[in-house]
Design a protein around this ligand. Structure first.
Ligand code: FMN
Length: 186
């Protein structure tokens, strides 16, 4: 099973990308092939616009999504929601997300951990025809959550992130196994 983490911030000095990196490390420590889809490396044109820049990234990101059996969306909260750049990456694709298990991890600089962005993302995941993991990972005060070494600064983040990843893997593996069985004709 291959997992991709779609990182929703492209801002210089972005904090939530550290959470994406930590989740990647955790998944890999549990033996799961994982990669980060970084929208700052693959900028996408605004969906439906006549922009000619970076159009090659549409098929690059599409292929990365296609190769993924399960996804985690990592997003900051901007103005009570998730960033437009992430919505744009969702709107470009459909079948690449369809019927895939997707976990949501959000972050904010305040105390609420991006709860509005997380709920809205779960709703959009359903509209993509994908399966939202009920458990979410919310990380408040993201600017304090990781040391310079990128290690988490609090035991509670280590514990909540492990719980989230374990639950995500149980959910993702159940769907993955079912798809494998179907492909094998069972
Ligand atoms: C445009 C913008 C809007 C924001 N709106 C909110 C908000 O509505 N609620 C909140 O808790 N934090 C808000 N913040 C603070 C972010 O959660 C915080 O800056 C976080 O580090 C952003 O993630 P990033 O650094 O990965 O881009 C906002 C930040 C920006 C840049």
């Amino acid at each position: 099973m291959k997992v991709s983490i779609l990182s929703g911030s492209i801002r210089a000095g972005r904090q939530s990308h550290k959470l994406a990196g930590y989740l990647e490390t955790l998944l890999m420590s549990k033996g799961v092939a994982t990669n980060i889809i970084d929208l700052s490396i693959y900028p996408l044109p605004v969906m439906g616009s006549a922009e000619n820049d970076h159009t090659e990234n549409i098929s690059r990101v599409g292929s990365l999504l296609n190769e993924s059996d399960a996804l985690i969306f990592v997003s900051p909260e901007y103005h009570g929601s998730f960033p437009g750049v992430l919505k744009n990456a969702l709107d470009h694709f459909w079948k690449e997300y369809n019927k895939k298990p997707i976990g949501v991890a959000t972050a904010s600089s305040g105390k609420m951990g991006g709860i509005n962005a997380s709920s809205q993302l779960q709703q959009v995941i359903l509209s993509l025809g994908a399966y939202a993991l009920p458990l979410k990972l919310l990380v408040p005060e993201i600017q304090l959550a990781f040391a310079e070494s990128l290690e988490p600064t609090s035991p509670s983040l280590v514990s909540s992130a492990n719980k989230f990843v374990d639950e995500f893997l149980w959910f993702a593996d159940a769907i993955y196994q079912k798809k494998q069985q179907k492909m094998g004709g069972n």
